[in-house]
Design a protein around this ligand. Structure first.
Ligand code: GLN
Length: 308
């Protein structure tokens, strides 16, 4: 049965549907094939209830949102200091694929831009790219509450257009920031971008982050509290790339976007929200996704800095 919250999400979807600004991601033959009219919303509360509207169960590739479970694993494997040694936690103010490396240390500015995510992938424990990717897929599946897999078509399309990320990986190796061969790291990073999820999966994962790392169905600990807090902090400052500052001011929810057109937002203690619509703005963030979050933030008073 549809609840008033489902009805509300349908209303938001209807109101934002006419916005056809922006373009689907170009330069990747699989992402280019996305239906630009696709549009889904899912919202999961910390008590585990899921509300949906539109294409909430349609699958797409995680793209940059996979930087979150990969980062969580690196923090588990290396501890905070070990990770900070390789990747900083400062907003870059630059585009997601910029060569944002600190002049003195060669560290990428943060783990949510490509340079940082490639460095993160290059420090994960695991014997070979396949094992490291499997670990990310497993953790993501644990957080989403179902088994997930890599979309092989998207993976190979990523690799066919990955010169830029390959260049970043070689630069990182020259700065001593990779444990493995650059080509192997780029292969693994491209596979993590290609993990298939739906808005429902992302919203469930978001609700676990909102719940401090505990499952919202049975309270089992899925992520350490300090890792969850760290992820949310970096999402709040760096998750929307060079749109992060205006996002925090207008929406006020820690979030992470990906170029397949998904945005995952997490309001600590309350909800995980995911929106998917493939047309992107200049920063590579979903146009309708941003519009939906602005609306939810306003209507439901979700802004973190809102004082009632
Ligand atoms: N696969 C994309 C890349 O590596 C992911 C970037 C993104 O989602 N912003 O460039």
């Amino acid at each position: 049965m549809r609840s008033p919250i489902d009805d509300y999400l349908h209303e938001v979807l209807r109101d934002c549907r006419d916005d056809d600004a922006g373009d689907v991601m170009s330069g990747n033959r699989e992402l280019e094939r996305a239906d630009p009219s696709s549009f889904g919303i899912a919202l999961t509360t910390v008590d585990g209830t899921v509300y949906t509207a539109g294409d909430a169960d349609h699958e797409f590739s995680m793209q940059s949102i996979a930087k979150l479970p990969a980062y969580a694993l690196a923090l588990r494997d290396r501890g905070l200091d070990g990770v900070l040694d390789r990747v900083d936690t400062e907003p870059s103010g630059d585009a997601f694929n910029e060569i944002s490396l600190e002049a003195e240390t060669g560290r990428p500015r943060n783990a949510l831009i490509n340079a940082g995510a490639i460095a993160v992938h290059g420090m994960l424990d695991g014997d070979g790219a396949t094992e490291r990717v499997d670990r990310i897929v497993d953790l993501m599946g644990t957080l989403a509450g179902r088994e997930l897999s890599v979309d092989r078509e998207v993976h190979s399309a990523e690799l066919a257009s990955d010169d830029h990320n390959t260049a970043l990986a070689y630069l990182l190796r020259s700065a001593g920031k990779l444990d493995y061969e650059p080509d192997e790291v780029v292969d693994g990073y491209a596979a993590q971008c290609a993990i298939k999820v739906s808005c429902r999966d992302l919203a469930v994962m978001g609700s676990v982050l909102a719940n401090g790392g505990l499952s919202t169905t049975d309270d089992e600990r899925l992520l350490d509290g300090w890792i969850t807090r760290h992820l949310l902090s970096v999402m709040a400052t760096c998750g929307m790339y060079d749109g992060s500052g205006s996002w925090m001011a207008t929406v006020g929810i820690p979030a992470k976007s990906g170029v397949s057109g998904a945005i995952l937002g997490v309001l600590p203690g309350q909800v995980g929200v995911a929106v998917w619509s493939p047309r992107l703005d200049e920063q590579g963030n979903s146009v309708r996704g941003v519009a939906v979050f602005e609306r939810l933030s306003r209507d439901m008073e979700l802004h973190m800095m809102h004082v009632a």
